[in-house]
Design a protein around this ligand. Structure first.
Ligand SMILES: [Zn+2]
Length: 221
């Protein structure tokens, strides 16, 4: 069942959260979304969607935004006009090194994802929507949680720790920590301040990547 939650905290920024963007990621992201409490949010209007399984199409492809699921997400963005737009994704943990590697520039024309620690990854959103639907002042974030796929499903938590250094609880904690910086911030300057305090190395990388991706004065988030 698709999941929807609306939190009315009065005057403040509009925030839109989307889990289950594509494929079966919603099965992983729902548990994370449900950990958010009303107190995690600053004042404002909060809309949270988590979708059931849809065909997997990369958000880096125009085809995604032509698909039923992609069009649905665009219509939500156009309808709510969020000041904060966050996509909650999950990725195959065996792809970790590839996702944070410079090879992504050549393979997909986008920057690597940024390692926030404990296998939680972050980045901006697809360049296909970043400038088309948002102003430079909006906060657009993608968060990626590691999922165990394929043969790795046969491994115990201990074996996963040995193979990938993966600790599920530490990953959940890191992912939620970053997510809560988004939920609690009332505007861009507060978000930038909080991220810089907790993730200074990641901010350096984000600044470097955005300079390579967009023009120099485009904000890094
Ligand atoms: Zn995804």
């Amino acid at each position: 069942m698709s999941y929807f939650r609306y939190i009315d905290k009065g005057e403040g920024p509009t925030k839109l959260f989307i889990g289950g963007v594509h494929g079966n990621e919603g099965a992983v992201t729902l548990d994370l979304i449900k950990r958010l409490t009303v107190d995690d949010f600053c004042d404002g209007q909060i809309y949270i969607y988590n979708f059931d399984r849809t065909p997997y199409i990369s958000t880096l492809k125009e085809d995604f935004y032509k698909s039923e699921q992609g069009r649905k997400i665009i219509s939500l963005i156009k309808y709510y006009k969020p000041d904060f737009y966050t996509e909650l994704h999950s990725y195959n943990i065996s792809h970790f090194n590839r996702l944070i590697g410079d090879g992504r520039w050549d393979a997909q024309g986008v920057p690597p994802l940024i390692d926030c620690g404990n296998h939680a990854l972050c980045s901006s959103v697809s360049p296909l929507i970043r400038r088309r639907y948002f102003t430079r002042y909006d906060i657009c974030q993608t968060l990626e949680f590691p999922a165990i796929r394929g043969e790795d499903r046969k491994l115990s938590e201990k074996e996963l720790e040995e193979k990938y250094g993966f600790n599920r609880n530490a990953s959940i904690e890191e992912y939620m920590k970053f997510l809560r910086l988004i939920t609690i911030s009332k505007d861009r300057s507060e978000f930038e301040k909080l991220v810089l305090a907790d993730y200074p190395k990641q901010v350096d990388l984000a600044i470097k990547y955005v300079k390579q991706m967009y023009d120099d004065d485009f904000p890094q988030y």
